[in-house]
Design a protein around this ligand. Structure first.
Ligand code: ZN
Length: 286
C-alpha cells in the first residue's frame, strides 16, 4: 500500500525519538527504540507485615529515601522488591531470585533508628546481585565449594567470614548513600557490634574465630571508608577480645577486609575467599 513505511524506515524514525527528561529511553538489545518508560516506576511492590507489629509505612518511606539516594549516585535496581517485616533475631536480610528480591526487615530494625542504614545495606546486596559481581554470583559459589577446603568444625565460622566478604561489597555501595553525611553513624554502629561480640565470647575456638573475623570486618570496613584512626580505642577493644580468646587476629582480618579489590575477576575472588579461609585456620590453630 502506498504511504506505508517499510520496517527499515520505521526503525530509522523510531531511533530518532528522544524521550522527555522524566522518561527513560527503552530499546531492544540491538538498540532499536521501543518506548519511553516512566522514570521512578515502583521498585518496591509490597510491604508485608508478618510480625503484626506495624511499621509498613515506615519501611516504605525508608526504602524510597534510600532508593532516591542511590539514584543520585546513578544506581538503580532493575527488578522489583517486596519487603517483609518479620520477627527474626538479626537486623535484616535479603534474598534474590531471578526475577525479584525479597527484603526481610526485623521488628527491631523497624523500631531502631538504623532502618535506612539496613535498607541501604540490603539494597547494596541486591545491586551487586543484579550486576553479577563475583561476590554475589551463584556460579562463583559453586567454584568456592569445589576449591576452598575448610575443616568441618569451621563451617559456621567460615560462613560468617564469607558473609562479611559479601557485606564489604554491599557496603561499598551502601556507604555512598548512608555514611556520606559526615556523621559517625557507621562508626557507632560497628563499635556497638564489637562490644556485642565481646559478650558472646565462648570456649569454642572456632566460634571465637568467627567472632574475631566479625570484629575484623567491622574495623576493616571502617578503615576501608576512612572512618577510623589507627589509634582509635576500638582497636584495643577488638585486640582485647583476641587476647582473652588466646590468639591475635583482628589486625590481619581487618587488613584483609579493608583491602578487598573493588572489581575482582571470578578467579581473583575465589583466591580472596581462600586467603580468608587460611587466615581463619591459622588463627584457630595458634
Ligand atoms: Zn549483609
Amino acid at each position: 500500500m502506498s504511504g506505508e513505511m517499510s520496517l527499515k524506515a520505521l526503525v530509522r524514525v523510531a531511533n530518532r525519538v528522544r524521550c522527555d527528561a522524566r522518561f527513560a529511553r527503552r530499546a531492544d538489545p540491538a538498540g532499536t527504540f521501543i518506548a519511553c518508560g516512566r522514570l521512578g516506576r515502583a521498585v518496591l511492590i509490597a510491604v508485608v507485615d508478618r510480625a503484626g507489629r506495624g511499621g509498613s509505612r515506615k519501611v516504605k518511606a525508608a526504602f524510597e529515601t534510600v532508593e532516591r539516594a542511590y539514584e543520585a549516585q546513578g544506581l538503580r535496581l532493575q527488578k522489583p522488591v517486596s519487603a517483609e517485616i518479620v520477627a527474626i533475631p538479626i537486623m535484616g536480610a535479603s534474598k534474590s531470585l531471578k526475577d525479584r528480591h525479597t527484603l526481610f526487615v526485623s521488628v527491631r530494625a523497624v523500631e531502631s533508628g538504623m532502618l535506612d542504614g539496613l535498607v541501604a545495606h540490603e539494597v547494596g546486596h541486591m545491586l551487586r546481585t543484579e550486576a553479577g559481581h563475583p561476590s554475589h554470583d551463584p556460579d562463583v559459589y559453586g567454584l568456592i565449594g569445589r576449591e576452598v577446603r575448610i575443616p568441618r568444625a569451621a563451617e559456621a565460622a567460615f560462613g560468617q567470614g564469607f558473609n562479611h566478604i559479601q557485606d564489604v561489597y554491599a557496603d561499598d555501595l551502601a556507604f555512598l548513600v548512608f555514611a556520606s553525611d559526615g556523621g559517625d553513624r557507621a562508626y557507632r554502629f560497628f563499635a556497638s557490634w564489637i562490644d556485642g561480640n565481646a559478650q558472646s565470647r565462648g570456649k569454642n575456638r572456632w566460634k571465637n574465630v568467627g567472632l574475631a573475623v566479625s570484629n575484623g570486618f567491622a574495623i576493616g570496613n571502617l578503615v576501608r571508608h576512612e572512618l577510623i584512626d589507627p589509634d582509635d580505642g576500638l582497636w584495643d577493644r577488638a585486640r582485647a577480645f583476641d587476647r582473652e580468646a588466646g590468639f591475635a587476629a583482628v589486625d590481619v582480618f581487618s587488613e584483609f577486609f579493608s583491602n578487598l579489590p573493588n572489581e575482582p575477576s571470578a578467579g581473583t575472588f575465589v583466591g580472596q575467599v581462600k586467603a580468608l579461609a587460611d587466615l581463619m585456620t591459622k588463627a584457630a590453630l595458634t
